[in-house]
Design a binder for this molecule. Sequence first.
Ligand code: MTE
Length: 316
Amino acid sequence: MHIIRRRGWEILESQVTPEALVLNRRGLIAGAAALSIGGLGFSARAQTVAPAVPGGAGPRNDKFEPGREMSLEKDATTYNNYYEFSESKNLWRDAQALKTRPWTVKIEGMVKQPRTLDVDDLIKQVSLEERIYRHRCVERWAMTVPWTGFPVSQLLKVAEPLSSAKYVVFTTVADKKAMPGLRGFYPFPYVEGITIEEAANDLSFLSTGLFGKPLPPQNGAPLRLTLPWKYGFKSVKAIVSINFTDKRPKTFWEEILPEEYGFWANINPAVAHRRWSQAEETLLGSGKTVPTQIYNGYGPFVAGLYDNLKSEKLYM
Ligand code: MTE
């Protein structure tokens, strides 16, 4: 079926140049809002998470030097993609309705012992650290932010997948009361998947915090996948199930537009999206346009994962 309806994060080629302006304008709007909220800073209003929640802090791991200036917290927490709430980028206020504690995560499928874990018990079983990663959305905006969390390889130790498991499938919560976007057209719940080899790679990260604080709901609290060498749509938010399987999953965007959003979605400036170039990206906040790098610059860590997969559509 050919779907003509344009999704919010699909930009038309004709809209490409003004995008930087749009980002700047959003910054101005955010600034104006900050002034109008009785003296309270905008970012302070965006961070309405109870202080007792764990997951916000960990020692800095400098191995993955981002080589780029950090984005502002107010930009990263007020310009979001989260279709369960809205197609608008300005959904952070609505996202505060999602109750992120108590929260359980199912470990299921091909594992030694399927079970349901409280997210805070899971956090106790891993070592939290902070990593500054670049993030590149398929829409061509980018940010650089410090995530707190733990490598997916540590989750593999907790989950104990069987040797027959080939893929890890992550599913987002579908909370009808809190998420108005669920009433729309999309095939929720949002599902994403990676191979076991990708999951075991040092770069694959599960985030529990952002800017030294527990993850805010709009960025995927309480647990979110963070895969900096793939287009941002692979980084699934608010995870409630982690399923180990030997079958490649049909992922959320692949289900909707398989000719545009594939399973692998590795970043490559030389492979254009069907409707726009991927050669450049616009930095959130400054609106500066910079060249996109293959694997978002993380090739030395991940390129080897794809040596024997040349026949696959690795870059869409
Ligand atoms: N996860 C869910 N559940 N729903 C979404 O709509 N959007 C994805 C990804 N994860 C999305 C999601 C896209 S397209 C991007 S670019 C990133 O989240 C944006 O993350 P951020 O809002 O924290 O910057």
